[in-house]
Design a protein around this ligand. Structure first.
Ligand code: HPA
Length: 272
């Protein structure tokens, strides 16, 4: 899809800096790592690493479990741009900040993006530690990043690439992983859901719930990229069990599924 830019892209300064620092490196794919999933960086061959704090114009992440690094790396024969940590809508109330990974990746000419996240379970057939392929999303943030970019009305269906989803399934079979599939409900956060809200999201058809991904996915799709989503299901969402939910629990489960998650991503990337 060709985009007539109604406004200057935000983050041009950040992109220019990355282009200079990663000069000569053409990335086959971008990967955004969600809360607790930074362990994937131990399974890649890092070639160059930047701290997001050193990148001019790049929004700041303040969340524990998000290291704020952008890494140019090799995974088998592919070159991958890895965002270890992302900025959430609730950190600055900006959809643009929330979608910076996708905007920068697009500006660098990357055509495929894997968005990963930690998410709460809505579907009772799923268990903490499961990985879920995002087949569709419910953007319940009441915001649309494309409005904040002054886009015209645009059809983004399907947001998540069906071709890439097939490749991800094949990769899961190769890696011996039981990959679930479902609909991701994206909220602004930072408060976790109430039991009544969880009942509503289940009735609406949600399988997992989290505080990221939807704006990155919408922007990336509108910009013509192939979008893949993987949720790491870290906990039952509020009210499904009597346990109290905490961010520490979310990052701990993320760390426990590290090997499974990393094998899946590695198998997927090498199959491209
Ligand atoms: N709700 C919202 N976001 C989350 C959850 C949850 O239960 N778990 C991890 N991220």
């Amino acid at each position: 899809m060709k985009i007539d830019r109604p406004v200057e892209w935000p983050f041009e300064e950040s992109t220019g800096y990355l282009r200079e620092k990663f000069a000569g490196k053409n990335h086959d794919i971008a990967v955004v790592l969600g809360s607790g999933l930074g362990g994937f960086t131990r399974h890649i061959a890092e070639e160059a690493t930047l701290s997001t704090a050193d990148i001019p114009g790049y929004p700041r992440s303040t969340v524990t479990g998000h290291s704020g690094r952008i890494i140019s790396a090799r995974v088998t024969d592919k070159r991958v741009l890895v965002f270890s940590g992302r900025v959430h809508y609730y950190e600055s109330a900006s959809t643009l900040d929330a979608a910076v990974t996708a905007m920068v990746s697009h500006s660098l000419g990357i055509k495929t993006i894997v968005l990963t996240n930690a998410a709460g379970i809505l579907n009772e057939n799923f268990y903490p530690g499961d990985l879920m392929l995002v087949k569709d999303q419910l953007n319940l943030t009441s915001r649309d990043v494309l409005a904040d970019l002054h886009f015209p009305v645009v059809n983004v269906d399907p947001i998540y690439s069906e071709r890439m989803a097939r490749l991800m399934y094949e990769a899961s079979e190769k890696a011996g992983i039981n990959l679930k599939a479902g609909t991701y409900v994206g909220l602004t956060g930072p408060s976790y859901e109430t039991p009544a809200e969880v009942r509503m999201y289940r009735r609406l058809g949600g399988d997992a719930v989290g505080m990221s991904t939807v704006h990155e996915a919408i922007f990336a799709r509108a910009a013509g990229m192939d979008v893949v989503g993987i949720s790491c299901l870290t906990n039952y969402s509020t009210g499904i069990t009597s346990e109290k939910l905490s961010h520490a629990e979310v990052t701990e489960i993320g760390a426990r599924v590290d090997n499974k998650f990393s094998s899946l991503l590695t198998a997927f990337i090498s199959s491209l």
